[in-house]
Design a protein around this ligand. Structure first.
Ligand SMILES: C[S@@+](CC[C@H](N)C(=O)[O-])C[C@H]1O[C@@H](n2cnc3c(N)ncnc32)[C@H](O)[C@@H]1O
Length: 281
């Protein structure tokens, strides 16, 4: 992975990098198409694709229903899962048209109502502002954002007064470790928690994207960077949100450390839950 040290001087730079990343995800969406049948079967069986650290909070917040926006919804499996834990309506946004096509087909096959909106998270349309009881995001969403304050402004704008922003995301400490090592070791090149570099590449890890999707020359570059827990929480608080929950968990949503046994993995946080309420009503 190159460390490009992309200089982000203005909104134009952010749009350019987000657009390239979106194109890369569009090209990689085949994995989500291949998983379509399995995802439909799971949802049909009433199994929500949500994880232990988040599901209790979501069920509680949606005990009387609610309108939920899932930002960076990819193929929509998690979006539709939110209907299984109490959401009255779900809306998903993503920058990749192919991802949204997969989401749309999933909802159609399940005969579920959902709205899908093509949008860069850095420029969520005003039609979504102040509309949602929960704005839900995470599991590999924030790392594609080139400016955490712009992210916070956009996602918080969509929460209605009295509603919640709900983030279930990979823990930034995970960026520090060498994923290929058999023991916990700091990554020799990328092992800095406070690293602000933008890492750009065209590759897809086979553990995440299907093994038959080999890196192909000419694929679009995707750009990602880490945000510390402090940066994320501060950005949300500065939008006037009230932080209600910040919890860290050993559970992981992505099997990055394939060689580490669970008794080692669980010594460290791999995910976090952040719940923040918008004042009012
Ligand atoms: C790892 S996936 C998120 C998966 C998601 N947690 C789920 O429901 O499975 C990352 C998603 O973010 C989307 N994405 C990346 N950059 C984006 C941006 N700037 N605006 C909107 N979506 C973006 C990608 O298209 C992709 O669908």
């Amino acid at each position: 992975m190159d460390k490009t040290n992309e200089v982000l001087g203005n909104d134009g730079d952010i749009t350019r990098l987000h657009t390239e990343t979106g194109k890369a995800w569009d090209e990689a969406s085949g994995q989500y198409t291949r998983e379509l049948d399995a995802a439909v079967a799971k949802l049909e069986a009433g199994i929500a694709n949500l994880m232990e650290p988040e599901i209790g909070h979501l069920t509680r917040l949606l005990s009387s229903g609610g309108d939920v926006l899932h930002v960076q919804c990819a193929g929509g499996t998690d979006t539709l899962s939110l209907l299984l834990v109490g959401a009255s309506t779900v809306t998903g946004t993503d920058i990749s048209p192919n991802m949204l096509a997969v989401a749309e087909e999933k909802a159609a096959r399940l005969n579920l109502d959902a709205e899908w909106v093509l949008a860069d998270t850095a420029r969520l349309p005003e039609s979504l502002h102040n509309r949602f009881d929960i704005v839900y995001t995470g599991r590999g969403a924030l790392n594609w954002m080139m400016d955490i304050n712009i992210w916070a402004r956009n996602v918080c704008a969509c929460v209605r007064p009295g509603g919640h922003l709900f983030v279930f995301e990979g823990h930034p400490l995970d960026w520090v470790w060498d994923e290929t090592a058999p023991t916990l070791q700091i990554h020799p090149e990328y092992g800095g928690y406070f690293d602000t570099n933008v890492a750009s590449d065209t590759e897809w890890p086979t553990s995440y994207i299907d093994a038959d999707m080999e890196p192909v020359a000419g694929w679009s570059k995707k750009h990602e960077r880490q945000w510390t827990l402090g940066e994320v929480v501060t950005a949300v608080a500065q939008q006037g949100m009230i932080i209600e929950v910040l919890s860290e968990h050993p559970e992981y949503y992505w099997p990055a450390h394939t060689l580490l046994p669970w008794h080692e993995m669980k010594k460290l946080p791999h995910t976090y839950v952040l719940i923040a309420r918008k004042p009012g009503e």
